[in-house]
Design a protein around this ligand. Structure first.
Ligand code: MOS
Length: 777
């Protein structure tokens, strides 16, 4: 047994509990499936209240302009209009922002992109509110527009905010790149670009704000209700005790229903407080496309050196993230790109400079992958281009350089404390896809339809990392009949959090999942668990649920031990029963024990608080241990390219992920299927376009091409389960890993099939055709 394998084995022993797992690891059906398929689940737009008004938003006509005057008088007089409000009517703070306070609830003296809101109207119905918008007169002084981030970086570029257009600078210095390039036999330099991506969630944002005395409740499609509470309270100038957020069911979020959805909640709340009546605001698809933040377009320049044997000697990286009009989470998105900038490879000498830049385009923020999809596309394309140059198989080149246990990352972190499984994952992906044989076979093809097979892999920091604070709370209550309530601030965003966190609680108590009810996210009841982002729901939320459940279980155990006069640890919970491990006569149904505890005044409710291990990162030096653990991921894509038309068909994606222990194989596979669809869209069809004057082109889903069901390939999913010592029952992360290496695998497969290299996403048919034509000439 190799040192590596024995490490895997020891960790496994550490993590396997005394009894076999009964609920965790089982494909239990989603606990909200029935609600959703029968239509009883309520989404944001499904909330109705008596005497409810409807709100609408007036947006700017120019992407960059001074606002000289706003005249709302005509709109106010329009029959059926109840209120017309602008920035001056915001009772609390009009300014907010995740990192920089550069966003506004409503525009003040300036607009910076076409999504900026100038006024909000409430009326007796939606149509009246829409008509009233047309009666608001705004005088602008248009300002010069900059949409290209490289242009925006120049000294004389139009200034979008007073503090200048470059608002994030990251760097990494490891070793000596000059020396590293001298040691190289081969050096290549490439530039890669990615596009704006819309989240493409099916449900447009919807909120209803309901005032009651000096308090207000906002129902809506919030990805993170506790963030929404912060923004609504701030905008109203009220303490959090006056604001309650109730999360509706979400029709998708993917990172997209934070920030701007919270602003929508704040706007509805401002109108509702003003009127003393409920106000509903539901976005149209066009509003979603124009206003909502997108995934950052990146420009990435890589220079890489390697010996002729394929050992990487140096990497020099320059990248620019287009932040659009506001900072939002850009510094945090870039943090992940920076940490993961070399991919999962041991590179002795690294120099990286990254910049986040304002432009007059939609602002960019969290979108599934959070800075990884861009960087992975560049690094994984680069590795294939280098492999070709060296005449080494792409899998081989990756295996030569992939991290091993104890490798040091560019930030100086020694990878330990979890199983560094990138090689394991790569080998598994190669094995299930029959990589070696197909790679060989597809090299000798003629005819118009050519097949190709491509590979990409990644390492990904788990949870927020040094972006922190990284914590989660939970409350677990056992009821008098043995039912169990779980409350967690981790929100159900469609990913299956309700089910997975309920499984964790059921596992602790050794009962079927049917005993558990998951409390819907309500900020008065559910503890703050940090945002439901960064693929942290299971590891962080599950960690907190496990702690809370174990506290309650301990008291039930003590009660039973006393009853039977045996040591506490001898009391076992399994399969709905509680019994004495040494004497089968001492046995009681879990529900009966719960009832006995209840009648004997044993506290059956407790909270759990899970805090991520201590980590740190210094943005000045680029050094530190930015994440406490990492996941390892590899995708192989098989494609067919028609070299006459440029059409690409993805035939098969083989996805392999080490996400630690899989809590629910069904929801986990669901994450991967969805991730593949999104990654394919990123690779081939999706592109949010803004013209050079700052006006959006792709204003609806007819122009923004999501992957269709009939375009989905065969997807084979394999999990490499190295339980993580930090996670509940060894669980780590999966939501974002599932999508972040799909695009480079597809692009590398296209390169293999058609011998052309797409360096800017998406690889639309026309682009491929143009490259094929160029190759022929
Ligand atoms: Mo996310 S993109 O971390 O919601």
């Amino acid at each position: 047994m190799s040192e590596y394998e024995s490490l895997v084995e020891t960790r496994k022993e550490e993590l396997v509990t005394k009894k076999e797992l009964e609920v965790v690891g089982k494909p239990v059906p989603r606990i909200d499936a029935i609600d959703k398929v029968t239509g009883t689940a309520r989404y944001g737009a499904d909330y109705y209240f008596p005497n409810m008004a409807y709100g609408k938003v007036l947006r700017t006509q120019y992407p960059h302009a001074k606002i000289l005057k706003i005249d709302t008088s005509k709109a106010e007089q329009y029959p059926g209009v109840l209120a017309v409000l602008t920035a001056k009517d915001v009772p609390g703070s009009n300014r907010f922002g995740v990192v920089f306070k550069d966003e506004r609830i409503l525009a003040e003296d300036k607009v910076r992109y076409m999504g900026d809101a100038i006024a909000i109207v409430a009326a007796v119905d939606e149509k009246t509110a829409e008509e009233a918008l047309k009666l608001i007169k705004v005088e602008y002084e248009p300002l010069p527009v900059v949409t290209d981030p490289l242009e925006a970086m120049k000294e004389d570029a139009p200034k979008i905010h007073e503090h200048g257009n470059v608002f994030v600078r990251h760097k990494i210095r490891k070793g000596d790149v000059e020396k590293g390039f001298k040691e190289a036999d081969v050096i290549i330099e490439r530039e890669y670009k990615t596009q704006f991506i819309d989240h493409g969630y099916l449900e447009p944002d919807a909120v209803v704000a309901v005032p009651s005395g000096d308090k207000i409740t906002v129902y809506g499609s919030f990805q993170h209700p506790h963030n929404a509470r912060r923004i609504v309270a701030l905008a109203l100038g009220k303490p959090m005790s006056k604001v309650r957020i109730v999360q509706a069911n979400l029709g998708g979020a993917f990172g997209g229903k934070d920030d701007t959805t919270n602003v929508l909640g704040a706007r509805a709340a401002i109108l509702a407080v003003k009127l003393g009546m409920p106000v509903k605001m539901v976005y149209s698809r066009e509003e979603v496309m124009i206003e909502r933040y997108k995934r950052h377009p990146y420009i990435m320049r890589y220079k890489v050196g390697a010996t002729k044997e394929g050992k990487l000697t140096a990497m020099e990286i320059f990248y620019v993230a287009n932040g659009g009009a506001y900072a939002s989470t850009t510094p945090l998105v870039m943090f992940r790109s920076t940490v993961q900038c070399t991919g999962p490879y041991d590179v002795p000498n690294v120099k990286m400079d990254g910049y986040g830049v304002y432009t007059n385009t939609p602002f960019t923020g969290a979108m599934r992958g959070f800075g990884a999809p861009q960087i992975n596309f560049a690094v994984e394309s680069l590795m294939d281009e280098l492999a070709e140059k060296l005449g080494i198989d792409p899998l081989e080149l990756r295996l030569i350089n992939a991290y091993t246990q104890g490798s040091t990352t560019p930030t100086g972190q020694v990878l330990d404390g979890h199983v560094v499984s990138i090689r394991q994952v790569l080998k598994k992906a190669a094995e299930i896809s029959d990589w070696v044989k197909k790679r060989e076979e597809y090299n000798k093809q003629s005819g118009d339809i050519r097949r190709g097979i491509g590979l990409a892999c990644s390492f990904r920091g788990v949870s927020l990392g040094a972006e922190g604070p990284d914590f989660a709370g939970a409350i677990v209550t056992v009821m008098e009949d043995g039912s169990i309530a779980v409350a967690s601030g981790i929100a159900e965003n469609g990913q299956g959090a309700r089910t997975v966190l309920s499984q964790v609680a059921a596992e602790v108590f050794g009962v079927p999942i049917e005993y558990v009810i998951f409390a819907d996210n309500d900020t008065v009841i559910t503890p703050d668990s940090g945002p439901t982002v960064a693929s942290r729901g299971t590891i962080m939320g599950g960690g907190a649920v496990k702690i809370a459940a174990e506290k309650v279980k301990r008291r039930m155990q003590e009660f039973a031990a006393k009853m039977w006069d045996i040591p506490t640890d001898q009391v076992v919970f399994s399969k709905g029963k509680v019994f004495d491990a040494n004497d089968p006569k001492n046995s009681i149904d879990f529900r009966e024990l719960a009832n006995l505890c209840y009648r004997n005044k044993v506290s059956l409710s407790d909270s759990g608080w899970f805090v991520a291990p201590e980590i740190h990162w210094d943005p000045e030096t680029g050094e530190g241990n930015p994440y406490f653990s990492y996941t390892y991921n590899a995708d192989v894509a098989e494609v067919e390219v028609n070299i006459k038309t440029g059409a690409v068909k993805v035939l098969h994606v083989y996805a392999v992920h080490d996400c630690g222990r899989v809590v629910n194989p069904n929801t986990a596979k669901g994450q991967v299927y969805g991730g593949v669809a999104m990654g394919m869209g990123y690779a081939l069809t999706e592109e949010y376009l803004v013209d050079e004057n700052g006006y959006p082109i792709t204003t609806n889903l007819d122009k923004y091409r999501l992957i269709r069901a009939n375009e989905m390939p065969e997807v084979t999913v394999e999990f490499v389960e190295n339980p993580d010592p930090n996670g509940p029952f060894g669980a780590k992360s999966l939501g974002e890993p599932a999508t972040e290496v799909v695009a480079p695998a597809v692009i590398n497969a296209i390169a293999h099939a058609a011998k052309i290299r797409v360096r800017d996403l998406p690889a639309k048919r026309e682009k491929i055709l143009a490259l094929l034509k160029k190759k022929e000439e």
